[in-house]
Design a protein around this ligand. Structure first.
Ligand code: PLP
Length: 419
């Protein structure tokens, strides 16, 4: 860091300010957590200098002996951790992993059945703004209006009517368990591949806090930077018979040289994820999400689906008369980072939204437990209902910010010498 400060004080300043932001405010973005100092060390290493197109033992560049060791370790550890037949650890992101999975399993124009974006699906599940909606023929399933849970009858009806080549489950803002066995059954009924996009919850699967999709899916894609606490990046698990197709779809189809510093950091994260400590974190993350969700319900926010089974909750704010956009902005002023989120069948446009999404991987990594979740819920309740345009509201937001400072001050995400 001393070298960076000397060479480029402007960027050094950004790093210092971001450490302070992460330390001094409350992180409730469901897709974030805190990587370990060991993961950060691998990420900031000279492995970043190395070109290594290809796979261990079959590279298009010389000098790959060291990075081959890193990638082999990452793959072995991923196979162990997820009890999978094949792993590709090169995708640069969840989106790249999904692009490669589509490329391995379908042809442009093929029908893909996936969860609609307004119901919790990801952009790569068929949005026209993404390759998935532009190059493939997406059919969207939804959640049932009464339960707000996936409407499996509709999934089956749509599968029978449209005969998709690929069915995708896994979501960005869905608080409930997904019935992988039922998706498998539907996929088999119509001869489709089943891909589980486990980006959000693969860390909880690694920590044995949620059921694994691996036994049911042809392909599982994921990100390594969310609850898994690794570097920003993607990964793919698949059955052995799809291994070659997946590998070719990652490189050379979707990507060039892998980021070997990130691959090494993934290996570190997989190792950490196999420890009892990590299992404790993963299980506590789920317990914390339940406690936070119940606390927010007590503040007048309606939990979508009535609760949560995983690391996140979506809260409908309409009874409070506050939009997701305003709630996000008010919480930000009070030092609470969360995001606005559409609720199912939301009458608001996505930029406004009727709800917010909260997640507990970051605060759980900091060591917080149910007691802190209850306190945080009450702070969010106060922040969301404080109108910053009134003197009383602005004062309330300042008070909440002070209390947020007290809580996070007691749970620093990194030891001070690691900053
Ligand atoms: N898939 C799902 C379900 C996601 O939630 C996300 C990111 O939020 C992704 C894929 C994409 O990951 P990335 O942002 O690394 O491209």
């Amino acid at each position: 860091f001393a070298a960076l400060e000397r060479e480029d004080p402007e960027i050094a300043d950004v790093l210092v300010d971001e450490v302070a932001r992460q330390r001094d405010t409350l992180q409730l973005i469901a897709s974030e957590s805190f990587t370990s100092p060991a993961v950060l060390a691998a990420l900031g290493s000279t492995l970043a200098n190395k070109y290594a197109e290809g796979y261990p033992g079959q590279r298009y560049y010389g000098g790959c002996g060291q990075v081959d060791r890193a990638e082999r370790l990452a793959v072995e550890r991923a196979l162990d951790l997820f009890v999978a037949e094949h792993a590709n650890v090169q995708p640069h992101s969840g989106t790249s992993a999904n692009l490669a999975a589509y490329a391995a399993l379908a042809e442009p124009g093929d029908v893909v059945l996936a969860m609609g974006l307004p119901h919790g699906g990801h952009l790569t599940h068929g949005s026209k703004a993404s390759f998935s909606g532009k190059w493939f023929h997406p059919i969207a399933y939804r959640v049932a209006p009464e339960t707000e849970e996936i409407d499996y009858d509709e999934v089956r009806d749509l599968a029978l009517a449209h005969r998709p080549k690929l069915i995708i489950c896994g979501a960005t803002s869905y608080p409930r368990l997904i019935d992988f066995a039922l998706f498998r059954e539907i996929a088999d009924q119509v001869g489709a591949y089943l891909m589980v996009d486990a980006a959000h919850f693969i860390g909880l699967v690694a920590g044995r806090a949620l059921p694994s999709p691996v036994p049911f899916a042809d392909v599982v894609t994921g990100t390594t930077h969310k609850a898994l606490r690794g570097p920003r990046g993607g990964m793919i698990l698949c059955r052995a018979e799809l291994a070659q197709r997946i590998d070719k779809a990652v490189f050379p189809f979707a990507q060039g040289g892998p980021m070997m510093h990130a691959v090494a950091a993934k290996a570190v994260a997989f190792r950490e994820a196999g420890t009892p400590d990590f299992r404790g974190y993963a299980n506590q993350t789920v317990r914390n999400a339940r406690a936070l969700c119940a606390g927010l319900a007590a503040e007048g926010m309606r939990p979508v689906t009535g609760g949560t089974d995983n690391h996140l909750a979506v809260l409908d704010l309409r009874e409070l008369g506050v939009t997701g956009r305003d709630a996000e902005a008010r919480c930000a002023r009070a030092g609470i980072a969360l995001n606005k989120n559409p609720v199912p069948y939301d009458p608001e446009r996505p930029a406004v939204a009727s709800g917010v999404r909260v997640g507990t991987p970051s605060v759980t990594s900091q060591g917080m437990r149910e007691g802190e979740m209850r306190r945080i819920a009450s702070l969010i309740g106060r922040a969301v209902t404080a109108d910053p345009d009134t003197a009383a509201g602005a004062a309330a937001l300042r008070d909440v910010a002070l209390e947020v400072g007290e809580i996070v001050g007691a749970f620093p995400p990194y030891p001070l010498d690691a900053e």
